[in-house]
Write a protein of this length. Structure first.
Length: 576
C-alpha cells in the first residue's frame, strides 16, 4: 500500500527528504496521516553537513521512537573550546545539565542520522517517499493543493503542502514570499575527513586573525576542518587539492595521508522567509530560514519546525482542530528562528575578524570576562542560547489576578524531562511515560477532582495522558488512585525543584512538550476551557448525564495515534 490512493490523493505532500522533511513525515506517520515525500535527488544526501545535535532535537527523535537508532551516530556532551592566535583559551562550552532528558551538545554524522529518519518511515503503510521527483508547480483548489512534477508524471492532490526543500526552495518561490536577510561576503573551505588524523574527541574554534579555523570531532572517526578563505583567494584556488593540503598542514602533521571524504566552499547566509505559511502551503527548515553555522543551529532549527508544525498539521488533518491552528506555526517559530539567526551571526562576527587590532581587543574583553564567575558560567553552560517562549500562538496566558503566576508563568516554554519511576517501571524518561499526545500533569493532587469531570473527559477524548507527580515516598500510596491517571515518583527531585520555583501546579502539555497553559489547582477548569478555544478544537464530545461538576460544555475530538507496522511495508521507494 502506498500513501497516494487510487485517486492519487494524500493528506500532506512534503517537498524535500532532508532532516526537516523526514522528521515531519515520521510525526505525521505516527498520527495516521497519509503522507507523500517527494525528493528531486535520486537518493538521500550522503555527505556530512550539520555536525551538532542539541537536546531539543534528540527529544524530538525520542518522541518519534527513533532516538535509540540515532544515538549510535552521536558523541554526547561534546565540549567546544575557543582559542586565540596564541592558543590561549578564550572560552569553553560544556553545558552540564540535561534538563530536557539529553545532553545539550552532541556531535553527529548527519548522513547516518538522516538515514535512520528515512528508515523510520518503513514502519508506516500510509507514508511514501518518491525520489527523482521535482515539484514543478502547485495550485490551490477549494479542498486542497494539486502538485505537478517536472517530469510530466501524474499530479498528486493533497490537503496541504510543506516545503522542506532547502535554501533555494521551489515551494517558497511558488508561495511568492520573500527571503529577507543577508549573505556574508566571507567564504569558508569545509573539509571532512575519515580516520581522524588527530583521533581525540576535542573540538575547537581558532579565532586567529591570520586565518580563523574550526576543528570538530563528530563520530565514527570523522573530523571536520573549516578554514576562512581570504578575499584574494578564489573559489577555484580553494578547490585545488594542493590548497586544501596546505590548509590541513596547519592542523595535521601529514596532510598527504588524510583520508578525505569531501571538501566544499561555503558562504554563510542569514535569511528568513517573509511568511512560513500562505494558504495551504507552508515552509520548514532551510526553506524557511538560513543561519551561519557558528551555533550549529541550522539543523536543529529545522527539527524544531517539524516538531512544532507536525502535531498541529495532524490535528487539523484528522479533524481535531480547525485550520486556524496552523497560523500559530508562523507566530511561534518566527521569533525564535530570528533569534537563532541573530545569535549565530553575532558569534561569527566575534570569531572571524581578520583585523589584528580588532581581534586583540576582542581577546582582552573575553579574557577579562572569563574571570567573572557568573559570566564564565553564562558561556560554559550556553545560557546565551535563546530558548523558545511563546507569548502568542497555541498557548493560553492567564490574566493578572489572585492565583495567577504573572511574569513567573512557565506557559509557552518547554517542560523539563527528568527520569521518573512509575509503579511498573523504574528510571524512565518522563516523555516515555506520557506518550505521543497531549498531557495534563499536576503535582501531588487528585487530578480528576482538580479538573472536574467534564474537563477531565474532554482531555480524555482528546487522547491526553493524565500524570500525577509525587515525591518518591508517596509513589505507592493508593489514596488518589484512578484508572485513567498515571502516578509517577519524582526519582531525582527535579520535578519538586521545578514546582518549588513556579507557583503553578497544574500543567497542560502539548505533544511537542511545550506548556500550553499552567495554573494553580483551583483555576484548572477555566484554563482548560480556554485552551480548547485557543487550540481551535472542532468536534463535540457527546453529552452523557449533563454537564460536569464545573458546568463547562465539552467540545473535543479523539486523538488518533497510528501504530507502526512491525515489518517494513515497502512504501519507502525510489523512482517508480
Amino acid at each position: 500500500m502506498t500513501a497516494a490512493g487510487a485517486d492519487n490523493r494524500v493528506d500532506v505532500v512534503i517537498v524535500g527528504a532532508g532532516p526537516s522533511g523526514l522528521t515531519l513525515a515520521n510525526i505525521l506517520g505516527l498520527q495516521g496521516v497519509r503522507t507523500l515525500v517527494v525528493e528531486e535527488r535520486e537518493t538521500l544526501i550522503d555527505y556530512p553537513r550539520g555536525v551538532g545535535l542539541d537536546d531539543e532535537a534528540l527529544r524530538t527523535f525520542q518522541s518519534i521512537g527513533l532516538v535509540d537508532r540515532v544515538l549510535p551516530h552521536t558523541v554526547p556532551n561534546q565540549i567546544l573550546r575557543f582559542f586565540d592566535a596564541r592558543r590561549r583559551l578564550l572560552a569553553e562550552m560544556a553545558p552540564p545539565d540535561a534538563r530536557f532528558g539529553w545532553p545539550k551538545r552532541n556531535g553527529f554524522v548527519q548522513p547516518m542520522v538522516d538515514a535512520e529518519l528515512f528508515g523510520g518511515l518503513e514502519r508506516f503503510d500510509h507514508v511514501e517517499v518518491r525520489f527523482g521527483r521535482r515539484m514543478q508547480n502547485c495550485a490551490e483548489t477549494p479542498d486542497g493543493v494539486t502538485v505537478e512534477f517536472a517530469d510530466g508524471r501524474e499530479s498528486v492532490h493533497a490537503r496541504y503542502v510543506v516545503g522542506c526543500d532547502g535554501g533555494r526552495s521551489a515551494t517558497r518561490r511558488l508561495m511568492g514570499v520573500s527571503f529577507d536577510g543577508t549573505t556574508s561576503s566571507t567564504r569558508w573551505l569545509v573539509v571532512d575527513v575519515a580516520n581522524d588524523p588527530l583521533g581525540h574527541p576535542n573540538s575547537e574554534v581558532g579565532a586567529d586573525p591570520d586565518r580563523p579555523y574550526v576543528s570538530i570531532s563528530i563520530a565514527h572517526g570523522i573530523r571536520r576542518f573549516e578554514f576562512l578563505i581570504h578575499p584574494d583567494e578564489s573559489d577555484e584556488l580553494a578547490d585545488d587539492p594542493a590548497f586544501v593540503r596546505r590548509m590541513l598542514a596547519q592542523r595535521v602533521p601529514h596532510p598527504e595521508r588524510v583520508d578525505m571524504i569531501r571538501h566544499r566552499v561555503y558562504t554563510h547566509h542569514s535569511r528568513i522567509a517573509g511568511s512560513f505559511r500562505k494558504g495551504r502551503l507552508m515552509l520548514a527548515g532551510d526553506a524557511a530560514h538560513l543561519m551561519p553555522v557558528w551555533q550549529g543551529q541550522g539543523y536543529n532549527s529545522g527539527i524544531r519546525d517539524a516538531a512544532n508544525l507536525g502535531w498541529k498539521l495532524a490535528a487539523v488533518v484528522t479533524g481535531q482542530a480547525g485550520d486556524a491552528l496552523l497560523d500559530t506555526y508562523d507566530i511561534e517559530r518566527r521569533k525564535h528562528a530570528r533569534a537563532m539567526i541573530d545569535l549565530s551571526t553575532m558569534v561569527g562576527r566575534v570569531i572571524s575578524p581578520t583585523n589584528r587590532r580588532v581581534a586583540a581587543l576582542r581577546d582582552r574583553v573575553i579574557h577579562a570576562a572569563s574571570v567573572v564567575p557568573s559570566l564564565k558560567r553564562y558561556v560554559l553552560e550556553m545560557r546565551f542560547k535563546p530558548m523558545p517562549r511563546y507569548l502568542q500562538g497555541a498557548v493560553h496566558h492567564n490574566e493578572a489576578g489572585a492565583g495567577h503566576s504573572g511574569a513567573n508563568s512557565p506557559t509557552g516554554t518547554l517542560f523539563i524531562q527528568p527520569r521518573v519511576d512509575t509503579r511498573d517501571r523504574q528510571n524512565v524518561l518522563l516523555d516515555d511515560v506520557i506518550g505521543p499526545g497531549f498531557a495534563v500533569l499536576c503535582w501531588s493532587n487528585n487530578l480528576r477532582a482538580v479538573l472536574g469531570d467534564n474537563a477531565f473527559e474532554r482531555w480524555k477524548a482528546l487522547g491526553a495522558t493524565f500524570i500525577e507527580a509525587r515525591p518518591m515516598t508517596q509513589l505507592n500510596w493508593p489514596g488518589h488512585d484512578d484508572a485513567d491517571v498515571t502516578v509517577i515518583g519524582d526519582r531525582t527531585g527535579a520535578l519538586k525543584s521545578w514546582f518549588d520555583v513556579h507557583t503553578d501546579s497544574v500543567l497542560f502539555l502539548r505533544p511537542d512538550r511545550c506548556i500550553a497553559g499552567a495554573c494553580i489547582a483551583q483555576r484548572a477548569p477555566e484554563v482548560s476551557a480556554a485552551l480548547f478555544t485557543v487550540l481551535h478544537l472542532t468536534t463535540t464530545l457527546p453529552q452523557e448525564g449533563g454537564t460536569g461538576s464545573h458546568g463547562d460544555k465539552p467540545d473535543s475530538a479523539v486523538l488518533h495515534v497510528a501504530q507502526p507496522t512491525t515489518e517494513p511495508s515497502g512504501t519507502v521507494t525510489g523512482t517508480p
